[in-house]
Design a binder for this molecule. Structure first.
Ligand SMILES: [Zn+2]
Length: 401
């Protein structure tokens, strides 16, 4: 990243000097922590794979008399606990170090601990039955076990897409319906006019944990729209309408379903490859195991798989940027909210200290959103005077209607 001072030329006048300096310091602090985290994780993964610790753990579980599904589950749970334990310091450093230093953190140590314990209980409640089910498919479904397991996992994920917003997210945050008033009237009109059917507009108490602001929708059918209380407090109604129009664009352009189908395809391919690995003894001998087992195959694939799949990251980021551009275009063209979206993006970037113009190579590899400078330029080109064609937005003809 460039260490030059002052705002980037594309945003001159929009970002003041002190804020640009603070944005740079925040990005550098986060990048340093991410570099240390990445280096540590890589070292730890290599040590686990090459030290013989994995076969040692497996042997220890075997000598305790564990076999079959119990040994499978115990082995993977032990690895998951170890993995979470070594990640813990980096989570603490991020929340109470970097985020606190830049004034974003609002998580108290008590809330942090409660989140971890609740997360652990939830992982156990969902993860343990899943592990036993996975082993049952492997054990009893014959050579096409991976296909059966895949079908089962698809059903579980569709169920979770419903259960997460309805049952699980409320364990961690409070979701309240957006109160009656001009903002709600404006947003409901936007939903009506774009033909977007929602299960409701909610405000989430994101400020309990962080000063960062955001908006998103959850669910596959008639999603809920969720606005952070921090966003509602910071933004005028027209900018919130523009942010909502962007989210509606994602939904109506079927980005969620496209993403889900791609994820399912990736999972089917991974499980098929795993079925090949599980039946290939040399892979196990290479890492010190006496012979093939389903749990060793899962551990090896989980720990070493990244070395073969890292190049999928930039492809996913590229696809995500495409979707973001489509959603921006929807907000600008269909909802006539281009200028308001531009203002909202500028405000969000300033409040969240997001880097407005990262290095193009870095952005191409890592970023799921186009840079702020790109988005503002595109929105400027697509801007239609508001209200579009003389009709106020709430009486605009529905697209496709
Ligand atoms: Zn988006």
């Amino acid at each position: 990243m460039s260490r030059s001072t002052g705002p980037p030329p594309a945003l001159a006048g929009a970002v003041d000097g002190p804020r640009a300096a603070r944005t740079r310091d925040y990005a550098l602090a986060r990048a340093r922590l991410a570099l240390a985290h990445g280096a540590f994780s890589a070292g730890f993964t290599l040590a686990l794979l090459l030290s013989g610790a994995l076969p040692l753990l497996d042997g220890a579980l075997g000598s305790l008399g564990l076999a079959g599904a119990h040994r499978f589950t115990a082995f993977l749970v032990a690895l998951a606990i170890l993995g979470s334990a070594v990640e813990l310091p980096f989570g603490l450093l991020s929340t109470f170090g970097v985020e606190a230093r830049f004034g974003f953190n609002r998580t108290t140590p008590a809330l942090w601990l409660r989140d971890r314990l609740q997360g652990l209980a939830l992982s156990a409640a969902i993860g343990l039955p899943l592990l036993y089910a996975a082993h049952a498919f492997f054990d009893r479904a014959g050579p096409s076990w991976w296909l059966w397991l895949f079908g089962f996992l698809v059903l579980v994920q569709l169920l979770l897409a419903w259960a997460v917003p309805a049952l699980i997210a409320p364990l961690f945050n409070r979701y309240t319906p957006l109160p009656e008033g001009p903002l709600r009237t404006r947003l409901e009109a936007l939903c009506r006019d774009t033909g977007f059917r929602t299960r409701g507009l909610f405000v989430v108490d994101g400020s309990r944990r962080s000063g960062h602001s955001n908006a998103y929708f959850t669910g596959l059918w008639r999603p809920r729209i969720v606005l952070y209380d921090t966003l509602v407090a910071q933004s005028p109604p027209e900018e919130l309408a523009a942010v909502l129009a962007h989210e509606i664009g994602h939904y109506l352009r079927r980005h969620v379903w496209k993403g889900l189908l791609l994820a399912f395809a990736g999972q089917a391919l991974s499980l098929w490859l795993l079925s090949g690995l599980a039946a290939w003894p040399p892979a196990f001998r290479a890492f010190g195991f006496a012979g093939p087992s389903f749990h060793a195959a899962l551990a090896l694939a989980g720990l070493a798989g990244g070395a073969f799949t890292f190049w999928l990251g930039p492809i996913a980021a590229w696809l995500s940027r495409r979707h973001e551009r489509e959603a921006d275009r929807f907000a600008a063209r269909e909802a006539g909210l281009g200028p308001a979206l531009g203002a909202a993006l500028l405000r969000l970037a300033a409040e969240n200290l997001s880097v407005p113009d990262p290095h193009p190579w870095y952005a191409a590899w890592h970023h799921g959103h186009p840079t702020l400078a790109e988005r503002l330029t595109a929105l400027g080109a697509q801007a239609r005077p508001y209200p579009r064609s003389g009709a106020p937005c709430d009486r605009m003809p529905l697209p496709g209607a």
